[in-house]
Design a protein around this ligand. Structure first.
Ligand code: HEM
Length: 348
């Protein structure tokens, strides 16, 4: 019998289906169960990004005159402003790293196979959104580095024949990176992308509840299960607390940097290169003829998204060595390109 404040709701709404669902939900335990924590961790860091992002938006001013100044004000005058901005900055890097682990672990466990194809497709779009958050957020402090790195990014579509110029102009809001680019990136970063992410993450997590955790083909004779409530939730909470402790430690030892305000008439600094998560794209475009490289990267992205429909063996519950090797090849290529970009460019 419900008491106190729950009695008010329970006498009006029937919670029986939810209670039954909570009581019955189980998480399979096997050799690879460890990887189940990463989706939840991504969800937790996303929440940190939303909270710290809202707090930053109270003080941030999206104009060439105000952007750098307002971020400097946050870092030096606002109580704990440095902490909130540094959490947002490091949280973004952390989120990309965690989403990468989550993506590749679900890939190698073939969790994308029937019936979870849609979870994978939504996941690949979410990965693109997380990178788009990083790209649009990068310009906002309006520093020399953020200005010139964005210039490289918005000029990339110029490689595409025909429509490339239009795409680049739409991204910039004109012929060059300027005030319109800043308002455009700000609106994308704080309104458009969060709305899209909220819808897609909700759908992704809803589907994960409908289907439950997938079990790799190799572990199909697993014996053990854990109750989701309260055991797995408590373990999830412990992982989140651990993740937050690591984040806070990094943030306090290495607070986010704020470079000088950009002077667009000065030339781009030498050896400019993007953040670590864009290095493989940057290096691919430098190594191969640009148009072929751009085409191959786009095709690669499409194939990556369609993997659940191409890997027929996994969907039949069979071992699928080809797709395991394909995943290994993707990782080897990405890491090799990233390392090459590091060693062939001057480090800032
Ligand atoms: C913002 C990013 C993301 C969030 C917040 C998120 C969240 C989650 C959560 C909470 C789960 C259930 C727990 C788990 O199995 O880990 C899950 C499962 C899953 N996610 Fe994601 N995810 C994200 C991105 C991605 C990406 C980029 C992919 C792949 C391209 C992906 C593919 C999957 C798949 C296939 C499952 C099912 C795993 C299973 O049942 O074993 N997710 N995700």
């Amino acid at each position: 019998m419900a008491r106190g404040y729950t009695a008010f709701f329970e006498s009006r709404l029937d919670f029986t289906p939810i209670r039954r669902w909570m009581a019955n939900k189980k998480v399979p335990q096997h050799k690879h169960s460890f990887w189940y924590y990463f989706g939840g961790l991504a969800l937790f860091i996303m929440t940190i990004q939303i909270v710290t992002g809202i707090l930053l938006a109270f003080y941030y001013s999206p104009s060439p005159a105000g952007a750098n100044r307002s971020v400097r004000y946050i870092m030096t005058k606002v109580h704990y402003g440095w902490l909130i901005r540094s959490l947002h900055f490091w949280g973004a890097n952390f989120l990309i790293a965690v989403v990468l682990v989550h993506m590749f672990s679900t890939y190698f466990m073939k969790a994308y196979r029937k019936p979870r194809e849609l979870m994978w497709v939504i996941g690949v779009i979410l990965f693109g959104l997380v990178l788009a958050f990083a790209f649009t957020g990068y310009l906002l402090p309006w520093t020399t580095l953020s200005y010139f790195a964005t210039k490289v990014g918005v000029n990339m579509p110029l490689i595409i024949p025909g429509i490339g110029g239009s795409i680049s102009r739409i991204m910039q809001g004109g012929e060059d990176v300027g005030a319109s680019t800043l308002t455009r990136m700000f609106t994308l970063h704080t309104v458009v992308l969060p709305m899209l992410a909220l819808v897609l993450v909700s759908l992704h997590v809803f589907l994960s509840q409908v289907f439950g955790s997938s079990v790799p083909v190799s572990q199909s004779n697993y014996k053990d299960e854990t109750k989701f409530f309260p055991t797995f939730v408590m373990r999830d909470a412990a992982v989140w607390a651990g993740g937050f402790a690591v984040l806070i430690a990094i943030v306090t030892v290495f607070p986010a940097d704020l470079g000088p305000k950009v002077n667009p008439v000065l030339p781009a600094p030498a050896g400019i290169k993007p953040e670590w998560y864009f290095l493989f794209v940057f290096q691919t475009l430098r190594t191969f003829p640009e148009m072929a490289a751009m085409g191959a990267l786009t095709l690669g992205g499409v194939i990556w998204m369609l993997v659940p429909f191409l890997d027929r063996k996994s969907s039949r519950g069979e071992k699928s060595t080809f797709f395991t090797l394909f995943g290994v090849a993707v990782i080897v290529y990405t890491v090799a390109m990233t390392v090459m970009a590091y060693i062939t460019t001057e480090v800032h």
